[in-house]
Write a protein that binds this ligand. Sequence first.
Ligand code: AMP
Length: 126
Amino acid sequence: MPYEYDDQNIFAKILRREIPNNTVMETDYTLAFHDINPAAPDHILVIPKGFYVNYDHFAAEATDAEVVDFTRVIGAISHAIKATPASGGNGYRLITNAGHDGVQDVPHMHMHIIAGRRLGRMIQPA
Ligand code: AMP
């Protein structure tokens, strides 16, 4: 079943500038902004500007330029927030949720960059 993109989701409204965001970085293909409800001192959301529902949709249908740009923006932000272990940072976690079991709230593809404190084990017991 092909994905249907709901253009009334909150990130679509952010991309249309209908609601504000606290931008961290923007390129032709990608927008990164602070999460409104941060789970750690650094919590940034990275979204493609294209209309993809989740990661597998993005992986299947995004152009090479979109995929490369998205990946580079995540790398650049992890450096900018001084989280990269190679530069002496304490590390970070990337999370992308999809669908019901992934507990995805906003149906526009996004990657969470979370850092700034020790995050604990990856999956909490159910
Ligand atoms: P997910 O559960 O992976 O879909 O995560 C959605 C994330 O979007 C949550 O961490 C929310 O705090 C965040 N969020 C929702 N609305 C906004 C907004 N207007 N600006 C920034 N972050 C938002």
